[in-house]
Write a protein that binds this ligand. Structure first.
Ligand SMILES: Nc1ncnc2c1ncn2[C@@H]1O[C@H](COP(=O)(O)OP(=O)(O)O)[C@@H](O)[C@H]1O
Ligand SMILES: [Mg+2]
Length: 286
């Protein structure tokens, strides 16, 4: 008899129950997979045939020296790269839950709307960029407004939940009408994270989200990323190797547009297989 055991069920329990037997099932779902993903600026081939996969609700770090293609790579994952002049992409990016069936879908398949991709795959940039002129509340609500959500009670609930998830609620709950730009840099970055989370993205891309922040704000963002584990898939680009080591479970090392090595963070930082990785993590270049 074929039993239809939902992956969600297995995900929660780690167990499948088939014919009365308890079978331990390694249910690691893949949230995102790139297959030979390449990107160009004009003739400049900056991301070279990258194939990697990211587990669902995990934190995945991307490291490598400046200019190696980290930002370009993650901008390909929500179809932002192609917006630039002369920019081109080839290869596939398979995302779970994008297709109508909820199955895996190539976001570069013809007919896929880039806007709907960006709604599922949120992004937080290096420099906090709250919408100027919008209040704290409206910054967080902006994605829902775009999606035509107008019920005040729904907006209020989502704004509160998202600000709590972004560990900002307690600091702003009494001044939600103040401009988003009135907050400190670290608070603004958490506001941007709340704004990204409000539309319930499957994946959150973060491009050096703490590089413009002081150490205390950085620590708060790291804590919040660690708390998001289990709820949303996070891919974070960081220059800070200690940060990658603290918060991620998988790490990929890029060099000149190529993927040199990928694996469990622990191993990458203690027993890298490639000498280039070792040279980089021991500070010999970059
Ligand atoms: N808008 C752009 N136009 C042309 N070349 C670019 C642009 N942005 C980045 N590049 C080039 O692409 C390469 C990869 O850049 P980037 O993805 O920003 O690297 P990283 O994020 O690892 O520092 C670099 O050589 C950079 O100079
Ligand atoms: Mg960059």
């Amino acid at each position: 008899m074929a039993l239809d055991v939902s992956p969600e069920f297995n995900q929660k329990t780690g167990m499948g129950n088939l014919d009365g037997q308890n079978l331990e099932v390694e249910q690691k779902q893949i949230a995102l997979e790139t297959q030979k993903l390449s990107a160009w600026f004009g003739d400049h081939h900056v991301v070279k045939e990258i194939s990697l996969s990211v587990e669902k609700n995990d934190v995945f770090a991307l490291i490598g020296p400046s200019g190696c293609g980290k930002s370009t790579f993650i901008r390909c994952l929500n179809r932002l790269h192609e917006e630039g002049e002369g920019a081109r992409v080839s290869g596939d990016v398979l995302i779970q839950g994008i297709g109508k069936s909820g199955g895996r879908e190539n976001i570069y398949r013809s007919g896929v709307d880039p806007v709907s991709v960006r709604r599922r795959i949120g992004m937080v940039f290096q420099k906090p960029n709250p919408f100027p002129g919008l209040s704290i509340f409206e910054n967080v609500a902006s994605g829902l407004r775009l999606a035509q959500v107008v019920r005040r009670s729904v907006l209020e609930e989502v704004v509160e939940t998202s600000l709590k998830q972004a560990a900002l609620w307690d600091e702003v709950k009494d001044k939600l009408k103040k401009p988003g730009t009135s907050l400190s840099g670290g608070q603004q970055q958490r506001l941007c994270i709340a704004r990204a989370l409000a539309v319930r993205p499957q994946i959150l891309l973060m491009d050096e989200p703490t590089s413009a922040l002081d150490p205390i704000s950085t620590a708060r963002i790291e804590e919040l990323v660690m708390k998001l584990r289990g709820e949303v898939t996070v891919m974070i680009v960081t220059h800070n190797m200690q940060q990658a080591a603290r918060i991620s479970s998988q790490t990929a090392f890029f060099l000149m547009g190529e993927l040199v090595e990928v694996g469990p963070t622990n191993r990458i930082f203690t027993k890298p297989k490639e000498s280039k990785t070792e040279q980089y993590i021991t500070g010999r270049f970059g």
